[in-house]
Design a protein around this ligand. Structure first.
Ligand SMILES: C[S@@+](CC[C@H](N)C(=O)[O-])C[C@H]1O[C@@H](n2cnc3c(N)ncnc32)[C@H](O)[C@@H]1O
Length: 279
């Protein structure tokens, strides 16, 4: 939440209505930044609803609200945004079509494309995990954003929906038609030798292959991300937890400062999300 609202007058509240219930967190937002905050919070991952605490007398007719006591008075929790599972499911990778060059050389739109069977070819990050990556590095609309292991484009779809100027790269040329549709600019290439100038991106977020054969590739790609990121840019990598130590060390040696690290349970796959800032 705090990453997504970066730059606005926002701070974490310890406590708040129902905060004894797991999974509920509150932030305080300056009145002037309220509309902007509510707008950005639509991009939160792992979140079913956003409520606003208002005095009961300010609840408007027809607003969905729950009344409770907080700080000695009665308040209403007014629902300002919610995302039912069914809506999230509707934009999931298995509901999307992806333009793929097939083995016979013909390009077809494949519904629910999830990648090939090879250890480096698993694709289609869930929407919520893609949102996490973009939120952590989130930059102003128009910022130059890169995903250097783009796969079937889940992260790029999120970044574009926030108005970022997207560049993507993947070594697999069969993805190029699909990505030409999804990404502002797509290149077929190697994330360990990026074809981009130093300091050319404001934000980078990506999901390299988790397989053990990709350890050296992962390290080289972190060094490359550090090279092409401008000073002050944020870089987020979603890696297998067994790769996290190496990733952390490589980032430090590449001059990156780790700002955030969290474990993500991808339905049984232990994954870690690391976010650095380039200083
Ligand atoms: C875990 S997948 C990324 C999935 C992506 N997040 C998605 O939602 O579809 C890793 C991607 O890295 C690509 N890849 C493997 N080696 C690469 C390299 N050396 N340079 C760039 N991309 C590479 C694979 O083709 C694959 O698409």
């Amino acid at each position: 939440v705090l990453a997504l609202l970066r730059g606005l007058a926002v701070h974490e509240l310890s406590g708040g209505p129902f905060s004894e219930v797991g999974g509920i967190a509150w932030v305080s937002v300056a009145q002037n930044d309220l509309d902007n905050s509510l707008d950005r919070l639509r991009g939160l991952g792992y979140t079913a609803a956003v409520d606003l605490i208002v005095p009961i007398r300010e609840v408007k007719k027809g607003e969905r609200s729950v009344v409770t006591r907080w700080r000695g008075s009665q308040v209403a929790l007014v629902n300002r945004w919610s995302e039912p599972d069914s809506e999230l499911r509707a934009s999931a990778p298995d509901r999307r079509g992806f333009l793929l060059e097939c083995a016979d050389g013909v390009t077809r739109r494949i519904d629910g494309y999830r990648g090939g069977a090879g250890p480096l070819e698993h694709r289609a990050l869930p929407v919520e995990d893609a949102r996490l990556l973009v939120n952590l590095v989130s930059a102003e609309a128009g910022s130059r954003f890169l995903d250097p292991f783009v796969g079937a484009g889940a992260v790029i779809i999120e970044a574009r929906s926030r108005g970022l100027t997207t560049t993507s790269l993947d070594v697999d040329a069969t993805l190029r038609f699909g990505l030409a549709e999804l990404s502002g600019h797509h290149a077929v290439g190697d994330a360990s030798a990026l074809p981009f100038a130093d300091l050319s991106f404001d934000a980078i977020a990506t999901e390299p292959p988790y397989h053990s054969s990709a350890f050296e590739l992962l390290k080289a790609s972190i060094r490359e991300a550090a090279r092409v990121a401008r000073l002050g840019a944020r870089i987020a990598f979603l890696v297998a937890s067994k790769q996290a130590d190496d990733a952390r060390k490589t980032g430090r040696l590449a001059g990156l400062t780790l700002e955030f690290e969290a474990a993500v349970d991808r339905k049984g796959t232990a994954v870690s999300c690391l976010c650095w800032i380039r200083r």
